[in-house]
Design a binder for this molecule. Structure first.
Ligand code: PMP
Length: 383
């Protein structure tokens, strides 16, 4: 058995090994240094102010966020933003919004939105009325969105369903219609590919941190400034984007340690060669996994067909021997014995048991090779 745990969890999960060592060194200083780490600093101290500004500046650089956008850190996770988005963009419940429903997380978002606005859904649900294996096309969104919508909402990587939009839609290429601003839940693919902020008319992009950029407890929200000032008066202060921006992001006590970690992650991304390198690595890891599934003569299967343009690079759902319970359990036990964990998760697919390999930045290409080699060897023994 390996002494190192290889964590393929859908999140929370590990950060890259080098990032984890930097966190230990920088955020938990030895008492002899007489220096306080970010966990022990007041959120209003000048020292934390410098950490906050650094994390924001590095995020702006890594993601090429244009100056008309503010970068905010909040609490409440993805679910907090499912409520915060309609509360901030819709002054009352009659205000309209269009939701692209393409899987588990966008389905949850529209259910939450119904409390605060009047959403219309454009859904890509399959004929069974339950599973999702694709996204609605940009043409369909242009044709079917409610033109009175305050925003069009979408999730760019459906973590649970294993489908991803590798590029945000660029509406003006499809039709010259001016579509409402796009709100993107990028919780599970943020920093794995570039964002066309202006061309895709992005109004808000948010990401809970616990996959590619940090630990649970912090959520990043990037918001175009012209969208401020229309919040429902009942919006709680800590979820109100304008309130937080006016208070320089310390209206309340933000999770100081988690802000520091995001800065360390962004530094690591830059050291690796930036977003381009992150995307190349994500593509290589995903190709390795999908390739071995395709080459397994049906021993492994995935619900997201080879012809799909939407196979997620971040989350690869797969079944062992058609979802056979006994072999799947044996597979998991053998994984465990090799220190490979995090594959057993909730999946929405019918027929048999599905597992999921999540390939966030914390999983290196070499670690993906370890999983892929084990899978090949297991298939050879049990085919
Ligand atoms: N959106 C996406 C795409 C997610 O993957 C998740 C969490 N797995 C959420 C939203 C929900 O985030 P949270 O649990 O932080 O509320």
């Amino acid at each position: 058995p390996s002494s190192k745990v290889l964590n393929f969890s859908p999140g929370p999960t590990n950060l890259p090994a080098a990032v984890e060592s930097t966190i230990l060194r920088r955020c938990f200083p030895d008492p002899s240094t007489k220096r306080l780490g970010s966990m022990a600093l007041s959120h209003r101290s000048p020292e934390f102010g410098a950490i906050l500004r650094n994390s924001i500046a590095l995020t702006r650089r890594v993601m090429e966020v244009p100056p008309e956008y503010e970068i905010l850190f909040t609490q409440g996770g993805g679910h907090g933003q499912f409520a915060a988005v309609p509360m901030n963009l819709c002054p009352n419940k009659d205000a309209k919004a269009t939701y692209i429903v393409s899987g588990t997380w966008s389905s949850r978002a529209v259910i939450e939105a119904e409390k605060y606005c009047t959403p219309t859904a454009i859904s890509s649900v399959n004929e069974d009325g339950a599973t999702f294996t694709s996204f609605p096309s940009a043409e369909r969104i242009v044709a079917e969105h409610d033109p009175d919508s305050k925003f069009i909402y979408m999730c760019s990587n459906e973590t649970v369903n294993g489908i991803e939009l590798h590029r945000l839609p660029v509406f003006d290429d499809v039709d010259n219609t001016t579509v409402p601003p796009l709100v993107v839940d990028a919780s599970s693919d943020f920093t794995s590919k570039p964002i066309s902020w202006r061309k895709s008319n992005v109004g808000i992009l948010f990401a809970c941190a616990s996959k590619n950029i940090g630990h649970p407890g912090i959520t990043m929200v990037i918001i175009r400034k012209d969208l401020l000032g229309q919040a429902n008066p009942f919006t709680p202060g800590f979820l109100n984007y304008e309130t937080n921006i006016l208070a320089d992001n310390v209206w309340n006590t933000i999770p100081t340690f988690n802000v520091d970690v995001i800065g360390i992650m962004m530094e690591w991304i830059l050291d690796q060669g930036g977003i381009e390198a992150m995307e190349e690595n994500s593509v290589a890891k995903a190709e390795l996994m999908y390739g071995l599934i395709e080459d397994s003569n049906g021993f492994y299967g995935t619900p997201i067909d080879k012809s799909s343009e939407h196979r997620s690079r971040m989350n690869v759902p797969f079944c062992v021997a058609g979802g056979d319970e006994e072999l799947t359990n044996l597979f998991l036990v053998e994984c465990w014995n090799r220190g490979i964990v995090g594959l057993r998760t909730v999946t929405p697919f019918k027929q048999g048991i599905y597992l999921r390999a999540s390939l966030y930045h914390g999983v290196s290409y070499e670690e993906t090779v370890v999983l892929a080699n084990f899978m090949k060897e297991f298939a050879a023994r049990h085919s």
